[in-house]
Design a protein around this ligand. Sequence first.
Ligand code: MN
Length: 223
Amino acid sequence: MNLLKYSRIALILSLGFLSVSLNKTYGQTVTERFKIIQLPYATDALEPVISKETIDYHYGKHLQGYVNNLNKLIAGTKFENAPLEIIVTESDGSLFNNAGQTLNHNLYFTQFSPEGGGKPVGKLADAINKKWGSFENFQKAFTDAGNGLFGSGWVWLAKDKKGDLFITQEINGSNPIVKGLTPLLGFDVWEHAYYIDYRNNRAGHINALWDIIDWETVNQRYQ
Ligand code: MN
């Protein structure tokens, strides 16, 4: 009786050690240097502009995938302990793509609110008026840049060190920081951002996004 009990315990212990050593062998103990950002709203909170299904895929699968790849690719390199912005500005190839997409989506998912919409106020509103004459003119220029970007990428509102504003088009996973600019507001125009809800209607998706922009967050990024 006792013998059986002890052999069961021994078996459980040895399976435990085996799984620890397998994890080490196959690299699953790579530290999660970067973790996926937490959404500041429920996954269905942005409906009908962005559906829960799109959030589940876009945040839960796409962004999680970029973060996982980023963690794997920096392991054992000079970027292992580097801040995300440094990795984006100094890396290339696969690492650049995954680091850029992690940074892009961190900014993207935190710029929305179910109570969003309206217009910016204060210093940001002044800078927009200075550059484009009115918020509506800016909105049109930004929308045109998003609709006119060929293939996959992003359109950004960004600022330089003086606080002057720019609209930039970024291909694939790039971000305005590679041009020395600070990103403030980004629309993801990869098909994965809108295909479930809007099919091929990128323009319809872009027009709808204005209703969920959290200008308070964008304003803070401008400070
Ligand atoms: Mn995306």
